[in-house]
Design a protein around this ligand. Structure first.
Ligand SMILES: NC(=O)c1ccc[n+]([C@@H]2O[C@H](COP(=O)([O-])OP(=O)(O)OC[C@H]3O[C@@H](n4cnc5c(N)ncnc54)[C@H](OP(=O)(O)O)[C@@H]3O)[C@@H](O)[C@H]2O)c1
Length: 217
């Protein structure tokens, strides 16, 4: 099966189904899907010094899923957002793409993921530059560190030490940090940020956390 054609059709089907349910408009679009590559999740640039091809493939796949798919989704749903009342498009980002956090914590692994989410933040700002005048709010919001299925899976033995290092770095960066959020806690915090944010408040194109500011943990 041609996978690209399959996904193009499924996106169009999703648009048609939403139209049928809502009568044509859409108030909120939330781009949540993303990939944290298993290849580079716990690897640094240095680990690919002798294997640029693997790094290239991994980075391109991260960009394909974490940005290009978001752009395709926005393209598909923007006509419905225009017809909606709230006109809000939220893309889930990560504090791991915040320059201040990277420089403060020196977390050096998972570069393709962080790069793709950093580019997502710029994409959101560019959409704001384009659509703010139409009253459409674009936001990039980090959900915090969340105990989703991905983070519940016991890490492979060789990665367990790296997870411990990451948590130590988080505690050093944010001493109040005790535990990941439960998914329901994160979702309600992100939805509250979505509800409170507006173009009138100057939030268009912002990259903020589940707390509505630059506190990522
Ligand atoms: N968990 C955290 O601590 C954390 C922190 C910061 C940011 N985030 C962000 O929060 C969002 C959700 O993360 P999560 O922890 O829930 O991750 P997750 O458990 O890995 O879930 C990722 C979701 O994205 C979907 N997805 C991945 N690749 C896809 C593709 N090519 N096409 C369609 N769907 C695809 C997956 O669908 P399938 O299940 O069908 O594969 C899954 O529903 C992501 O944007 C992530 O970057 C999470």
């Amino acid at each position: 099966m041609d996978l690209k054609a399959h996904y193009a059709n499924s996106k169009q089907r999703a648009v048609e189904e939403v139209k049928e349910i809502t009568g044509g408009g859409l108030d909120h679009l939330i781009n949540n899907a993303a990939v944290v590559s298993h290849i580079s999740e716990f690897k640094t640039f240095k680990d690919f010094d002798d294997d640029f091809e693997t790094l290239e493939k991994d980075l391109l796949e991260s960009l394909e899923i974490n940005i290009l798919a978001v752009i395709k989704t926005v393209q598909a749903f923007i006509p419905l957002i225009r017809q909606g009342k709230q006109k809000k498009v939220l893309s889930i980002s990560t504090g791991m793409a915040d320059l201040e956090l990277i420089n403060a914590t020196e977390v050096d692994f998972a570069a393709p993921y962080a790069i793709s989410k950093g580019a997502l933040n710029v994409t959101v700002a560019k959409y704001n530059a384009l659509y703010k005048k139409e009253g459409i709010l674009f936001l990039a919001v980090s959900p915090g560190y969340v105990a989703t299925e991905r983070n519940q899976v016991e890490p492979a033995k060789e990665d367990a030490d790296k997870v411990a290092v990451l948590v130590q770095k988080f505690v050093g960066y944010a001493p109040h940090f005790e535990r990941p959020l439960a998914p329901a806690e994160s979702v309600s915090a992100v939805l509250s940020v979505l509800e409170k944010s507006s173009i009138a408040n100057g939030d268009g194109g912002a990259f903020i956390s589940h707390l509505g500011n630059k506190q990522w943990l």
